[in-house]
Design a protein around this ligand. Sequence first.
Ligand code: NBP
Length: 476
Amino acid sequence: MHDIGIYGLGVMGENLALRAHDVGLSVAVFNRTKDKAFALAARVGSPRFQAFADPASLVASLRRPRLLLLMVTAGPATDAAFEAVLPFLEEGDVLVDGGNAHYEDTLRREARAREARVAYIGMGISGGELGARTGPALMPGGDAEAYARIAPRLEALAARLPDGRPAVALVGKGAAGHYVKMVHNGIEYVFLQLLAEAYDALRNVYGYTSVELADAFARANQGPWESYLIGLVREILTVPDPETSQPLVEQILDVAEGKGTGLWTAEEALRLGTGGSTFGAAVHARNLSRERDLRLACAEACGEPWRRPEAVLAYETWRDALHAAVLVAYAEGFALLRRAPETYDFAVDLANVARVWQSGAIVRIRLLADLERHLRQTPEIPHPLLFPEIWQLVREREGALRNFAAWAVRTGLPAPAHLAALADLDGLRRRRLPANLIQAARDAFGAHTYRRIDREGNFHTSWPDPEGREIPRPQG
Ligand code: NBP
Protein backbone atom coordinates (compact mmCIF):
# COMPACT_ATOMS: atom_id res chain seq x y z
CA MET A 1 0.00 0.00 0.00
CA HIS A 2 1.39 3.41 -0.99
CA ASP A 3 1.45 6.56 1.18
CA ILE A 4 0.72 9.03 -1.60
CA GLY A 5 -0.72 8.89 -5.09
CA ILE A 6 0.30 11.49 -7.68
CA TYR A 7 -1.90 11.99 -10.74
CA GLY A 8 -0.07 13.99 -13.40
CA LEU A 9 3.66 13.76 -14.08
CA GLY A 10 4.50 17.04 -15.75
CA VAL A 11 7.34 19.20 -14.44
CA MET A 12 5.79 19.50 -10.96
CA GLY A 13 4.23 16.06 -10.60
CA GLU A 14 7.38 14.18 -11.55
CA ASN A 15 9.60 16.19 -9.22
CA LEU A 16 7.15 15.96 -6.33
CA ALA A 17 6.94 12.20 -6.82
CA LEU A 18 10.75 11.94 -6.69
CA ARG A 19 10.81 14.18 -3.61
CA ALA A 20 8.17 12.03 -1.90
CA HIS A 21 10.26 8.95 -2.60
CA ASP A 22 13.43 10.69 -1.32
CA VAL A 23 11.80 11.51 2.02
CA GLY A 24 10.80 7.89 2.57
CA LEU A 25 7.20 7.84 1.37
CA SER A 26 5.89 5.04 -0.77
CA VAL A 27 4.64 6.56 -4.03
CA ALA A 28 2.04 5.54 -6.63
CA VAL A 29 1.93 7.50 -9.91
CA PHE A 30 -0.37 7.85 -12.89
CA ASN A 31 -0.17 10.03 -15.98
CA ARG A 32 -2.50 10.63 -18.92
CA THR A 33 0.39 9.69 -21.20
CA LYS A 34 0.98 6.40 -19.46
CA ASP A 35 4.46 5.65 -20.86
CA LYS A 36 5.79 8.61 -18.89
CA ALA A 37 4.66 7.05 -15.60
CA PHE A 38 6.10 3.61 -16.36
CA ALA A 39 9.37 5.08 -17.65
CA LEU A 40 9.73 7.14 -14.47
CA ALA A 41 9.03 4.13 -12.22
CA ALA A 42 11.59 2.10 -14.18
CA ARG A 43 14.14 4.90 -13.77
CA VAL A 44 13.58 5.08 -10.00
CA GLY A 45 13.64 1.29 -9.76
CA SER A 46 12.34 1.05 -6.20
CA PRO A 47 9.57 -1.04 -4.61
CA ARG A 48 8.40 2.24 -3.01
CA PHE A 49 7.70 3.77 -6.43
CA GLN A 50 5.06 2.19 -8.65
CA ALA A 51 3.25 3.30 -11.80
CA PHE A 52 -0.38 2.44 -12.58
CA ALA A 53 -2.21 2.21 -15.88
CA ASP A 54 -5.59 3.53 -14.78
CA PRO A 55 -7.10 5.75 -12.06
CA ALA A 56 -8.95 2.83 -10.39
CA SER A 57 -5.80 0.83 -9.71
CA LEU A 58 -3.92 4.01 -8.68
CA VAL A 59 -6.57 4.72 -6.03
CA ALA A 60 -6.80 1.07 -4.93
CA SER A 61 -3.04 0.99 -4.31
CA LEU A 62 -3.18 3.74 -1.66
CA ARG A 63 -3.31 3.13 2.08
CA ARG A 64 -6.28 4.60 3.91
CA PRO A 65 -7.00 7.35 4.64
CA ARG A 66 -5.87 7.90 1.09
CA LEU A 67 -3.84 10.93 -0.01
CA LEU A 68 -4.18 11.54 -3.73
CA LEU A 69 -2.52 14.60 -5.25
CA LEU A 70 -3.69 15.97 -8.61
CA MET A 71 -0.80 17.73 -10.39
CA VAL A 72 -2.24 18.64 -13.77
CA THR A 73 -2.77 21.86 -15.69
CA ALA A 74 -5.40 24.10 -14.08
CA GLY A 75 -8.83 24.34 -15.71
CA PRO A 76 -10.45 21.60 -17.84
CA ALA A 77 -7.49 19.20 -17.32
CA THR A 78 -8.06 19.36 -13.55
CA ASP A 79 -11.80 18.76 -14.06
CA ALA A 80 -10.99 15.72 -16.20
CA ALA A 81 -8.56 14.32 -13.61
CA PHE A 82 -10.99 15.10 -10.77
CA GLU A 83 -13.87 13.26 -12.48
CA ALA A 84 -11.57 10.34 -13.35
CA VAL A 85 -10.61 9.63 -9.73
CA LEU A 86 -13.67 10.71 -7.73
CA PRO A 87 -15.75 7.52 -8.34
CA PHE A 88 -13.02 5.37 -6.80
CA LEU A 89 -12.39 7.42 -3.64
CA GLU A 90 -14.17 6.58 -0.39
CA GLU A 91 -15.28 8.37 2.76
CA GLY A 92 -12.26 9.56 4.73
CA ASP A 93 -10.01 9.83 1.68
CA VAL A 94 -8.42 13.17 0.90
CA LEU A 95 -8.11 14.47 -2.65
CA VAL A 96 -5.65 17.35 -2.98
CA ASP A 97 -5.42 19.65 -6.01
CA GLY A 98 -1.86 21.00 -6.16
CA GLY A 99 -2.35 22.92 -9.43
CA ASN A 100 -2.83 26.66 -9.73
CA ALA A 101 -6.63 26.44 -9.76
CA HIS A 102 -8.74 29.56 -9.57
CA TYR A 103 -10.33 29.60 -6.10
CA GLU A 104 -13.86 29.66 -7.58
CA ASP A 105 -13.14 26.35 -9.36
CA THR A 106 -11.87 24.97 -6.05
CA LEU A 107 -15.09 25.94 -4.26
CA ARG A 108 -17.09 24.23 -7.00
CA ARG A 109 -15.01 21.04 -6.88
CA GLU A 110 -15.03 20.99 -3.08
CA ALA A 111 -18.84 21.02 -3.07
CA ARG A 112 -18.93 18.22 -5.64
CA ALA A 113 -16.41 16.13 -3.62
CA ARG A 114 -18.46 16.69 -0.45
CA GLU A 115 -21.49 15.11 -2.16
CA ALA A 116 -19.30 12.03 -2.68
CA ARG A 117 -18.19 12.26 1.01
CA VAL A 118 -14.61 12.82 -0.08
CA ALA A 119 -12.50 15.56 1.53
CA TYR A 120 -11.10 18.05 -0.97
CA ILE A 121 -8.08 20.23 -0.26
CA GLY A 122 -7.01 22.97 -2.67
CA MET A 123 -3.29 23.35 -2.09
CA GLY A 124 -1.00 26.02 -3.46
CA ILE A 125 2.49 24.74 -4.18
CA SER A 126 5.45 27.05 -4.60
CA GLY A 127 9.07 26.54 -5.48
CA GLY A 128 8.99 25.63 -9.17
CA GLU A 129 10.77 22.58 -10.52
CA LEU A 130 13.70 22.72 -8.08
CA GLY A 131 11.45 23.36 -5.11
CA ALA A 132 9.26 20.39 -6.02
CA ARG A 133 12.39 18.21 -6.19
CA THR A 134 14.13 19.48 -3.03
CA GLY A 135 11.28 20.70 -0.82
CA PRO A 136 8.40 22.99 -1.81
CA ALA A 137 6.25 25.37 0.22
CA LEU A 138 2.75 23.94 0.56
CA MET A 139 -0.39 26.03 1.20
CA PRO A 140 -3.28 23.65 1.87
CA GLY A 141 -6.79 24.98 2.45
CA GLY A 142 -9.86 23.03 3.50
CA ASP A 143 -11.35 21.01 6.32
CA ALA A 144 -9.05 20.85 9.39
CA GLU A 145 -9.87 17.23 10.25
CA ALA A 146 -9.18 16.07 6.71
CA TYR A 147 -5.91 18.01 6.72
CA ALA A 148 -4.90 16.37 10.03
CA ARG A 149 -5.26 12.95 8.36
CA ILE A 150 -2.64 13.77 5.72
CA ALA A 151 -0.51 16.38 7.56
CA PRO A 152 2.40 14.06 8.48
CA ARG A 153 2.81 13.05 4.83
CA LEU A 154 2.71 16.66 3.59
CA GLU A 155 5.11 17.70 6.34
CA ALA A 156 7.59 15.09 5.13
CA LEU A 157 7.28 16.47 1.58
CA ALA A 158 7.65 20.17 2.41
CA ALA A 159 10.78 22.29 2.71
CA ARG A 160 12.12 23.04 6.20
CA LEU A 161 12.33 26.48 7.79
CA PRO A 162 15.63 27.42 9.46
CA ASP A 163 13.98 26.62 12.82
CA GLY A 164 13.13 23.10 11.63
CA ARG A 165 9.38 23.55 11.10
CA PRO A 166 8.00 22.26 7.80
CA ALA A 167 6.90 24.82 5.18
CA VAL A 168 3.33 23.58 5.29
CA ALA A 169 0.38 24.61 7.45
CA LEU A 170 -3.35 24.86 6.94
CA VAL A 171 -3.99 28.38 5.68
CA GLY A 172 -7.79 28.32 6.03
CA LYS A 173 -10.98 26.56 5.06
CA GLY A 174 -12.60 26.23 1.64
CA ALA A 175 -10.57 27.66 -1.19
CA ALA A 176 -8.07 29.48 1.09
CA GLY A 177 -5.11 27.42 -0.20
CA HIS A 178 -5.59 28.41 -3.80
CA TYR A 179 -6.49 31.96 -2.81
CA VAL A 180 -3.20 32.23 -0.93
CA LYS A 181 -1.29 30.80 -3.91
CA MET A 182 -2.94 33.37 -6.16
CA VAL A 183 -1.76 36.21 -3.90
CA HIS A 184 1.68 34.58 -3.68
CA ASN A 185 1.88 34.79 -7.46
CA GLY A 186 0.65 38.39 -7.41
CA ILE A 187 3.50 39.30 -5.04
CA GLU A 188 5.89 37.37 -7.29
CA TYR A 189 4.73 39.48 -10.27
CA VAL A 190 5.35 42.73 -8.37
CA PHE A 191 8.70 41.59 -6.98
CA LEU A 192 9.92 40.66 -10.49
CA GLN A 193 8.68 43.95 -11.92
CA LEU A 194 10.48 45.90 -9.17
CA LEU A 195 13.69 43.97 -9.86
CA ALA A 196 13.32 44.63 -13.59
CA GLU A 197 12.89 48.37 -12.94
CA ALA A 198 15.92 48.38 -10.61
CA TYR A 199 17.98 46.54 -13.24
CA ASP A 200 16.80 48.98 -15.92
CA ALA A 201 18.03 51.92 -13.85
CA LEU A 202 21.47 50.47 -13.16
CA ARG A 203 21.98 49.00 -16.62
CA ASN A 204 20.55 51.69 -18.86
CA VAL A 205 21.02 54.90 -16.88
CA TYR A 206 23.87 54.28 -14.44
CA GLY A 207 25.68 52.28 -17.17
CA TYR A 208 26.71 49.44 -14.84
CA THR A 209 28.67 46.57 -16.34
CA SER A 210 27.34 43.05 -15.83
CA VAL A 211 29.85 42.49 -13.01
CA GLU A 212 28.75 45.71 -11.28
CA LEU A 213 25.10 44.76 -11.77
CA ALA A 214 25.55 41.35 -10.16
CA ASP A 215 27.44 42.95 -7.28
CA ALA A 216 24.67 45.55 -6.77
CA PHE A 217 22.02 42.86 -6.44
CA ALA A 218 24.26 40.72 -4.22
CA ARG A 219 24.69 43.66 -1.84
CA ALA A 220 20.91 44.29 -1.89
CA ASN A 221 20.28 40.66 -0.90
CA GLN A 222 20.93 41.26 2.78
CA GLY A 223 19.17 41.44 6.14
CA PRO A 224 15.36 41.32 6.06
CA TRP A 225 15.47 41.45 2.23
CA GLU A 226 17.58 38.32 1.81
CA SER A 227 15.37 36.51 -0.64
CA TYR A 228 15.22 33.91 -3.34
CA LEU A 229 14.30 36.37 -6.09
CA ILE A 230 17.03 38.96 -5.44
CA GLY A 231 19.55 36.11 -5.23
CA LEU A 232 18.19 34.63 -8.45
CA VAL A 233 18.58 37.92 -10.34
CA ARG A 234 22.17 38.16 -9.13
CA GLU A 235 22.84 34.68 -10.52
CA ILE A 236 21.07 35.40 -13.83
CA LEU A 237 23.25 38.47 -14.37
CA THR A 238 26.42 36.34 -14.24
CA VAL A 239 25.40 33.85 -16.96
CA PRO A 240 27.09 34.42 -20.36
CA ASP A 241 25.53 33.56 -23.71
CA PRO A 242 27.66 30.69 -25.08
CA GLU A 243 27.33 32.10 -28.62
CA THR A 244 28.17 35.76 -28.08
CA SER A 245 29.86 35.63 -24.65
CA GLN A 246 27.69 38.63 -23.76
CA PRO A 247 25.42 38.32 -20.69
CA LEU A 248 22.67 35.90 -21.75
CA VAL A 249 19.97 38.12 -20.25
CA GLU A 250 20.81 40.82 -22.82
CA GLN A 251 20.03 38.38 -25.65
CA ILE A 252 16.52 37.64 -24.35
CA LEU A 253 13.55 39.27 -26.05
CA ASP A 254 11.93 41.91 -23.80
CA VAL A 255 8.46 40.34 -23.87
CA ALA A 256 7.18 39.03 -20.51
CA GLU A 257 4.65 36.21 -20.52
CA GLY A 258 2.51 34.93 -17.66
CA LYS A 259 -0.17 32.38 -16.92
CA GLY A 260 -2.74 34.79 -15.52
CA THR A 261 -2.42 34.41 -11.74
CA GLY A 262 -1.01 37.95 -11.46
CA LEU A 263 -4.09 39.22 -13.28
CA TRP A 264 -6.35 37.28 -10.89
CA THR A 265 -4.64 38.99 -7.93
CA ALA A 266 -5.00 42.44 -9.49
CA GLU A 267 -8.68 41.69 -10.20
CA GLU A 268 -9.16 40.56 -6.59
CA ALA A 269 -7.56 43.73 -5.24
CA LEU A 270 -9.99 45.72 -7.39
CA ARG A 271 -13.00 43.56 -6.54
CA LEU A 272 -12.38 43.54 -2.78
CA GLY A 273 -11.51 47.24 -2.81
CA THR A 274 -8.06 47.00 -1.25
CA GLY A 275 -5.47 49.60 -2.21
CA GLY A 276 -3.05 47.13 -3.78
CA SER A 277 -2.25 48.98 -6.98
CA THR A 278 1.21 47.38 -7.26
CA PHE A 279 -0.46 44.20 -8.57
CA GLY A 280 -2.16 46.07 -11.41
CA ALA A 281 1.07 47.97 -12.17
CA ALA A 282 3.01 44.72 -12.55
CA VAL A 283 0.36 43.18 -14.81
CA HIS A 284 0.14 46.34 -16.96
CA ALA A 285 3.94 46.38 -17.32
CA ARG A 286 3.94 42.79 -18.63
CA ASN A 287 1.08 43.62 -20.99
CA LEU A 288 2.99 46.62 -22.34
CA SER A 289 6.09 44.49 -22.87
CA ARG A 290 4.02 42.25 -25.13
CA GLU A 291 3.00 45.26 -27.28
CA ARG A 292 6.45 45.18 -28.83
CA ASP A 293 5.52 46.20 -32.36
CA LEU A 294 3.53 49.14 -31.05
CA ARG A 295 6.39 50.16 -28.75
CA LEU A 296 8.87 50.05 -31.62
CA ALA A 297 6.53 52.12 -33.79
CA CYS A 298 6.01 54.73 -31.05
CA ALA A 299 9.74 54.89 -30.27
CA GLU A 300 10.41 55.47 -33.97
CA ALA A 301 7.65 58.05 -34.48
CA CYS A 302 7.73 59.88 -31.14
CA GLY A 303 11.25 59.27 -29.86
CA GLU A 304 12.42 57.43 -26.75
CA PRO A 305 11.62 59.13 -23.44
CA TRP A 306 15.19 59.44 -22.14
CA ARG A 307 16.15 62.69 -20.50
CA ARG A 308 19.68 63.10 -19.20
CA PRO A 309 19.36 62.77 -15.40
CA GLU A 310 20.91 65.58 -13.33
CA ALA A 311 22.94 62.93 -11.55
CA VAL A 312 22.77 59.24 -10.91
CA LEU A 313 21.53 58.44 -7.44
CA ALA A 314 23.65 56.91 -4.72
CA TYR A 315 23.65 53.13 -4.72
CA GLU A 316 22.03 53.19 -1.27
CA THR A 317 19.08 55.22 -2.61
CA TRP A 318 18.50 52.68 -5.38
CA ARG A 319 18.75 49.79 -2.90
CA ASP A 320 16.58 51.33 -0.19
CA ALA A 321 13.91 52.29 -2.74
CA LEU A 322 13.80 48.69 -3.96
CA HIS A 323 13.59 47.40 -0.39
CA ALA A 324 10.78 49.77 0.58
CA ALA A 325 8.74 48.93 -2.52
CA VAL A 326 9.21 45.19 -2.02
CA LEU A 327 7.96 45.50 1.53
CA VAL A 328 4.91 47.48 0.39
CA ALA A 329 4.09 44.68 -2.10
CA TYR A 330 4.15 42.04 0.66
CA ALA A 331 2.07 44.30 2.91
CA GLU A 332 -0.50 44.70 0.12
CA GLY A 333 -0.60 40.93 -0.37
CA PHE A 334 -1.30 40.30 3.30
CA ALA A 335 -3.85 43.15 3.42
CA LEU A 336 -5.67 41.51 0.50
CA LEU A 337 -5.61 38.10 2.22
CA ARG A 338 -7.09 39.65 5.35
CA ARG A 339 -10.04 41.02 3.39
CA ALA A 340 -11.02 37.66 1.85
CA PRO A 341 -13.50 36.61 4.59
CA GLU A 342 -15.50 39.82 4.08
CA THR A 343 -16.46 38.44 0.68
CA TYR A 344 -15.91 34.69 0.81
CA ASP A 345 -16.77 31.89 3.17
CA PHE A 346 -13.20 31.40 4.33
CA ALA A 347 -10.71 33.26 6.47
CA VAL A 348 -6.99 33.11 5.84
CA ASP A 349 -4.58 32.29 8.66
CA LEU A 350 -2.08 35.05 7.92
CA ALA A 351 0.55 33.86 10.41
CA ASN A 352 0.52 30.42 8.79
CA VAL A 353 0.93 32.05 5.37
CA ALA A 354 3.94 34.02 6.65
CA ARG A 355 5.31 30.76 8.05
CA VAL A 356 4.83 28.66 4.92
CA TRP A 357 6.32 31.30 2.60
CA GLN A 358 9.59 31.42 4.58
CA SER A 359 11.10 28.37 2.93
CA GLY A 360 10.74 26.63 -0.41
CA ALA A 361 8.46 29.35 -1.83
CA ILE A 362 9.49 31.57 -4.74
CA VAL A 363 8.55 34.59 -2.59
CA ARG A 364 10.65 33.49 0.39
CA ILE A 365 12.30 36.48 2.05
CA ARG A 366 13.79 36.88 5.50
CA LEU A 367 11.36 39.61 6.61
CA LEU A 368 8.53 37.02 6.67
CA ALA A 369 9.98 35.63 9.93
CA ASP A 370 9.38 39.00 11.64
CA LEU A 371 5.99 39.31 10.00
CA GLU A 372 4.95 35.87 11.26
CA ARG A 373 5.97 36.82 14.82
CA HIS A 374 3.94 40.06 14.69
CA LEU A 375 0.92 38.31 13.14
CA ARG A 376 0.92 35.71 15.92
CA GLN A 377 1.25 38.38 18.64
CA THR A 378 -1.37 40.83 17.32
CA PRO A 379 -3.41 39.04 14.66
CA GLU A 380 -6.17 41.69 14.72
CA ILE A 381 -3.99 44.43 13.17
CA PRO A 382 -5.62 45.21 9.79
CA HIS A 383 -2.50 46.05 7.75
CA PRO A 384 1.14 44.92 8.12
CA LEU A 385 2.37 48.54 7.93
CA LEU A 386 0.66 49.11 11.30
CA PHE A 387 3.18 46.84 13.04
CA PRO A 388 5.64 49.44 14.43
CA GLU A 389 8.76 47.40 13.54
CA ILE A 390 7.54 46.83 9.97
CA TRP A 391 6.61 50.48 9.56
CA GLN A 392 10.05 51.45 10.87
CA LEU A 393 11.67 49.46 8.02
CA VAL A 394 9.59 51.38 5.47
CA ARG A 395 9.88 54.75 7.21
CA GLU A 396 13.69 54.60 7.12
CA ARG A 397 13.51 54.02 3.34
CA GLU A 398 10.57 56.24 2.42
CA GLY A 399 12.86 59.13 1.42
CA ALA A 400 14.89 56.85 -0.86
CA LEU A 401 11.74 55.53 -2.54
CA ARG A 402 10.55 59.11 -3.08
CA ASN A 403 13.93 60.17 -4.48
CA PHE A 404 14.17 57.15 -6.76
CA ALA A 405 10.60 57.66 -8.00
CA ALA A 406 11.20 61.37 -8.69
CA TRP A 407 14.51 60.61 -10.40
CA ALA A 408 12.89 57.91 -12.57
CA VAL A 409 10.13 60.32 -13.61
CA ARG A 410 12.64 63.03 -14.51
CA THR A 411 14.83 60.53 -16.36
CA GLY A 412 12.00 59.07 -18.43
CA LEU A 413 12.59 55.63 -16.91
CA PRO A 414 9.27 53.81 -16.59
CA ALA A 415 9.08 52.49 -13.02
CA PRO A 416 5.38 51.71 -12.58
CA ALA A 417 5.75 49.30 -9.65
CA HIS A 418 7.97 51.67 -7.64
CA LEU A 419 5.56 54.54 -8.38
CA ALA A 420 2.50 52.46 -7.46
CA ALA A 421 4.10 51.37 -4.18
CA LEU A 422 4.86 55.00 -3.31
CA ALA A 423 1.39 56.24 -4.29
CA ASP A 424 -0.20 53.51 -2.15
CA LEU A 425 2.08 54.34 0.74
CA ASP A 426 1.15 58.01 0.50
CA GLY A 427 -2.57 57.41 -0.07
CA LEU A 428 -2.78 54.97 2.82
CA ARG A 429 -1.55 57.65 5.23
CA ARG A 430 -3.75 60.53 4.13
CA ARG A 431 -6.38 61.53 6.69
CA ARG A 432 -8.36 63.21 3.93
CA LEU A 433 -8.20 62.16 0.30
CA PRO A 434 -9.67 64.23 -2.55
CA ALA A 435 -12.50 61.70 -2.95
CA ASN A 436 -14.89 64.45 -1.75
CA LEU A 437 -14.52 66.12 -5.15
CA ILE A 438 -15.38 62.87 -6.92
CA GLN A 439 -18.50 62.48 -4.79
CA ALA A 440 -19.58 66.05 -5.58
CA ALA A 441 -19.15 65.45 -9.32
CA ARG A 442 -21.01 62.11 -9.16
CA ASP A 443 -23.87 63.82 -7.38
CA ALA A 444 -23.83 66.67 -9.92
CA PHE A 445 -24.13 64.57 -13.07
CA GLY A 446 -25.82 61.44 -11.75
CA ALA A 447 -27.67 62.47 -8.55
CA HIS A 448 -25.70 59.73 -6.77
CA THR A 449 -25.83 61.67 -3.44
CA TYR A 450 -22.96 62.24 -1.00
CA ARG A 451 -22.32 61.97 2.72
CA ARG A 452 -21.16 64.90 4.86
CA ILE A 453 -18.34 65.09 7.37
CA ASP A 454 -20.51 66.87 9.96
CA ARG A 455 -23.71 64.81 10.04
CA GLU A 456 -25.23 61.45 9.10
CA GLY A 457 -27.36 60.89 6.01
CA ASN A 458 -27.24 61.02 2.22
CA PHE A 459 -27.47 64.42 0.60
CA HIS A 460 -28.18 65.73 -2.86
CA THR A 461 -27.51 69.21 -4.20
CA SER A 462 -28.73 70.87 -7.36
CA TRP A 463 -25.24 71.75 -8.66
CA PRO A 464 -24.87 74.38 -11.43
CA ASP A 465 -24.40 72.86 -14.88
CA PRO A 466 -21.20 74.06 -16.66
CA GLU A 467 -23.19 74.40 -19.90
CA GLY A 468 -26.02 76.34 -18.22
CA ARG A 469 -28.64 73.64 -18.76
CA GLU A 470 -31.59 73.08 -16.43
CA ILE A 471 -33.96 70.11 -16.09
CA PRO A 472 -37.21 71.31 -17.77
CA ARG A 473 -40.04 71.54 -15.19
CA PRO A 474 -43.48 70.24 -16.24
CA GLN A 475 -45.70 73.10 -17.42
CA GLY A 476 -48.83 74.16 -15.54
P1 NBP B 1 3.09 20.51 -17.12
O1 NBP B 1 2.59 21.22 -18.31
O2 NBP B 1 4.54 20.18 -17.03
O3 NBP B 1 2.29 19.11 -16.97
C1 NBP B 1 0.91 19.06 -17.12
C2 NBP B 1 0.37 17.71 -16.64
O4 NBP B 1 -1.05 17.73 -16.82
C3 NBP B 1 0.90 16.53 -17.43
O5 NBP B 1 1.05 15.44 -16.56
C4 NBP B 1 -0.23 16.28 -18.43
O6 NBP B 1 -0.30 14.97 -18.90
C5 NBP B 1 -1.41 16.57 -17.56
N1 NBP B 1 -2.67 16.78 -18.31
C6 NBP B 1 -3.00 17.67 -19.25
BR1 NBP B 1 -1.88 18.94 -19.93
N2 NBP B 1 -4.24 17.57 -19.67
C7 NBP B 1 -4.75 16.56 -18.98
C8 NBP B 1 -6.02 15.97 -18.98
N3 NBP B 1 -7.00 16.42 -19.76
N4 NBP B 1 -6.23 14.92 -18.13
C9 NBP B 1 -5.23 14.46 -17.36
N5 NBP B 1 -3.99 15.02 -17.31
C10 NBP B 1 -3.75 16.05 -18.13
O7 NBP B 1 2.59 21.33 -15.87
P2 NBP B 1 3.34 21.60 -14.48
O8 NBP B 1 4.31 22.70 -14.63
O9 NBP B 1 3.77 20.31 -13.87
O10 NBP B 1 2.13 22.18 -13.62
C11 NBP B 1 1.11 21.36 -13.09
C12 NBP B 1 0.23 22.24 -12.21
O11 NBP B 1 1.01 22.79 -11.16
C13 NBP B 1 -0.40 23.42 -12.96
O12 NBP B 1 -1.67 23.68 -12.45
C14 NBP B 1 0.55 24.55 -12.62
O13 NBP B 1 -0.07 25.81 -12.70
C15 NBP B 1 0.92 24.21 -11.18
N6 NBP B 1 2.20 24.75 -10.72
C16 NBP B 1 3.28 24.83 -11.56
C17 NBP B 1 4.49 25.32 -11.08
C18 NBP B 1 5.69 25.40 -11.98
O14 NBP B 1 6.68 26.04 -11.57
N7 NBP B 1 5.70 24.77 -13.14
C19 NBP B 1 4.60 25.71 -9.73
C20 NBP B 1 3.49 25.57 -8.90
C21 NBP B 1 2.30 25.09 -9.41
P3 NBP B 1 0.50 14.52 -20.23
O15 NBP B 1 1.88 14.16 -19.79
O16 NBP B 1 -0.29 13.35 -20.72
O17 NBP B 1 0.47 15.68 -21.19
